[in-house]
Design a protein around this ligand. Structure first.
Ligand SMILES: [Zn+2]
Length: 264
């Protein structure tokens, strides 16, 4: 079984990407399930709301919804909504857009939802690493080391660092190795909206080899960030990483099943 833990639908790169497009891509790649993450709101780019993402996934059981907290909107109101959706099992986790929104991961305003997720065993997912060129965000907010503070404050909260922390891959490795509650996903590493560049593929394999030597692959998960990258190619490249059979199972589905409490 293969689970992609990081995908989106909505308006991206000047095009509208539908759930049907995602399902077709999954069929082409041989991916069984995709975690579908609600995007952050951008000024002239209205994205699907959490409620809309939930409806999409109700119609397509191979898509599994994750909500989000928009730091620029009312936090308390959204915490109420997200904890409600989590309790009703309408979403499986909550995403935070660090860097794209300028706040610290361990901001005390967010502690109530972290505590809730820790108590009820739901994961939180963070954007980590690079931001889109020209985007008025802050890299300081999306650096992997900020996650260490949340992991230390909430030692039983399941945390997923998206995008390998790229380009701070060894910083990401340090945070994953030090904190038993922190995982990472392979998604969003390459240049967007094109076939994977051979030089970047070589770098991905080399850097993840270093990551593995330091932190192992036992808390890593396969993810793509589709539609920014083709799932089929991403899967082929991820399969080139040297892994034991046990690591392969963990990376391609077992960790996803456990972290997101999936009934698959
Ligand atoms: Zn993403």
């Amino acid at each position: 079984m293969i689970i992609d833990v990081h995908t989106h639908v909505g308006k991206m790169g000047g095009k509208i990407w539908t759930p049907r497009d995602l399902l077709a891509s999954m069929d082409e790649a041989g991916i069984d399930y995709s975690i579908l993450i609600t995007l952050e709101e951008q000024p002239e780019n209205r994205q699907l709301t959490v409620e809309e993402i939930i409806k999409v996934c109700e119609k397509s059981p191979r898509l599994i919804p994750v909500g989000r907290i928009d730091y620029n909107d009312s936090i308390d109101k959204q915490i109420n909504e997200m904890t409600g959706y989590l309790k009703e099992k309408k979403i499986v986790g909550v995403k935070f857009y660090l860097g794209y929104q300028k706040y610290h991961a361990n901001d005390s305003k967010l502690h109530p939802i972290y505590k809730f997720c820790q108590d009820y065993n739901f994961p939180v997912i963070y954007h980590t690493g690079m931001l889109e060129t020209g985007f008025p965000g802050l890299l300081k907010s999306s650096h992997p080391l900020t996650i260490d503070e949340v992991a230390d404050t909430f030692p039983n909260l399941k945390i997923v660092m998206a995008h390998t922390g790229n380009p701070w891959i060894m910083d990401c490795a340090a945070v994953v190795a030090k904190n038993k509650n922190v995982y990472m996903d392979f998604s969003g590493y390459f240049t967007e909206y094109q076939s994977l560049d051979p030089e970047e593929v070589e770098m991905f394999i080399r850097q993840l080899k270093d990551f593995k030597i330091f932190a192992g692959f036992k808390k890593c998960m396969f993810g793509t960030d589709w539609p920014l990258y083709p799932q089929k190619e991403y899967l082929e490249v991820s399969n080139q990483l040297i892994m034991t059979e046990e690591e392969k199972e963990l990376v391609f589905w077992k960790n996803a099943k456990e972290v997101f409490n999936l009934k698959v």
